[in-house]
Design a binder for this molecule. Structure first.
Ligand code: GUN
Ligand code: ZN
Length: 431
């Protein structure tokens, strides 16, 4: 299977979580080179160590550039690609005005194929190598996404979205059809190549108790799958949930009651949490997914990163395309930094980069496979040009260490900063 590659530059890996100790940078490892063979990381160290490990390997010199694990985006809606940056609405109106009409189109497999490929082209150009995506209620939309990712050799998680009320007729399934269609998709795609099926009840307002119960039963039967949904994103959404589920103790309880709270559960947004919800999420080791550009764009609120990390929650980072206003995990890290500032708790560059790689991979329970650079891990890599524009270059030129050098790219970088992307040990041509 070839002689492999050695990428030379500044190779950033994580030895631990930079949220754990007093000095975030102490959790990181900086090396000179990374060796890649047969789709996996063979090792990382000095150039001579890597050349001893893979004597025949081709050398790719990225002098001065930063090489790290490809970005992992833990919550996206690929079908919202074409309606990203739609003006002027808050969550519920935004869903009905822009999102649902667009999602209606995904019963057409040709359109779903077109958008799946467009989405994966755009995200690869921004350095994202793994995503966890919502599809639409149409099984074809999941088939299209998995087929597109499979053709590119990408590790992705995704699922057919389930809704049986408070959505247009053309976007509703039933408790039984949601169960049957999701189970057929699990059989077709889960564990095939690098693909994972994710059970996907959209959120409590668009599912009847009967559908949530059916989804809970499906998850109990397929505990190998992730489960994703939305939780406590906007205050009027929370009021709506309370009116639809008057007996529930809180928003999370509408999931918990039906077996939809678990360690492999992903809860998008999780902004306005009550004490009991925080306690139960931590107890189960469930993952909270922070979507900062979405939270500012739709006007949802300020996620409590510092408080939630301090109490030991599992947290991933995501764009939430197209409620989020960008495909870029650099822009997403910048927004997470800004929300931290608004709460008086700025995040360190090492923490931001960890969230966009190992943090999101840990949320997706993929931390042993992706999101870091270590022997045996899958070779999904991104190479960052830390001087991609004149504005960034002049600031990075003043930097006294790697963190000061990379921070201008986090705050001001876009797809021009993505010098190269590797997926499964192969360089991806940027579109
Ligand atoms: N809540 C339920 N559906 C959605 C969605 O598509 N985007 C966002 N941001 N929140 C949601
Ligand atoms: Zn979402």
């Amino acid at each position: 299977m070839g002689t492999g590659f050695i990428l030379k530059g500044q190779v950033l890996a994580f030895a631990a979580s930079p949220f754990a100790g007093d000095r975030p940078e102490d959790a990181t490892l900086l090396r000179e080179a990374v060796a890649v063979k047969d789709g996996k990381i063979a090792g990382a160290g000095t150039l001579s160590e890597m050349q001893a490990l893979l004597p025949e390997a081709e050398l790719v010199d990225h002098a001065g550039k930063l090489i790290l694990a490809g970005f992992v985006d833990a919550h996206v809606h690929y079908p919202q690609t074409a309606i990203i940056a739609s003006w002027g609405k808050r969550l519920i109106d935004w869903l009905y005005s822009y999102t649902f009409p667009e999602e209606m189109r995904f019963g057409d497999r040709g359109y779903a194929d077109e958008i799946a490929h467009r989405y994966l082209d755009l995200t690869a150009a921004h350095g994202t190598t793994t995503v966890c995506s919502y599809c639409t209620i149409h099984p074809e939309s999941a088939d299209a996404f998995f087929a597109a990712a499979q053709a590119r050799g990408q590790r992705v998680a995704a699922g057919k979205t389930c809704m049986d009320r408070n959505a247009p007729d053309g976007l509703c399934d039933t408790p039984q059809s949601a169960y049957d269609d999701s189970e057929a998709l699990i059989a077709r795609w889960h564990g095939v190549d690098r693909l994972e099926y994710t059970i996907t009840p959209r959120f409590s307002p668009t599912s009847t108790p009967e559908q949530l119960e059916a989804m809970g039963a499906l998850w109990a039967k397929h505990p190998e799958c992730l489960m994703q949904t939305h939780l406590s994103e906007q205050t009027d959404e929370i009021e709506w949930v309370k009116s639809l589920f008057p007996q529930a103790r809180d928003y999370l309880d509408t999931y918990e009651e039906f077996g939809l709270l678990g360690a492999k559960g992903l809860y998008g947004h999780a902004i306005h949490l009550e004490e009991r919800e925080r306690h139960r999420l931590r107890e189960f080791g469930a993952a909270l997914i922070h979507c900062p550009t979405s939270n500012t764009f739709i006007g949802s609120g300020l996620f409590d990163m510092a408080g939630l990390m301090a109490e030991g929650q599992r947290i991933g980072l995501a764009t939430d395309t197209g409620g989020g206003s960008s495909f870029s995990m650099l822009r997403t890290m910048a927004a997470a930094y800004e929300i931290g500032q608004l709460r008086g708790t700025p995040l360190h560059a090492a923490q931001l980069l960890w969230l966009a790689t190992q943090g999101s991979a840990t949320a997706l329970r993929m931390e042993g496979k992706i999101g870091n650079i270590a022997p045996g891990m899958e070779a999904d890599l991104v190479v960052l040009d830390l001087a991609s524009t004149p504005a960034i270059a002049q600031r990075a030129g003043r930097a006294e260490d790697i963190w000061e050098a990379v921070f201008p790219t986090i705050m001001m970088g876009d797809d021009r900063a993505i010098a190269e992307v590797w997926i499964g040990g192969q360089p991806v041509k940027r579109s």
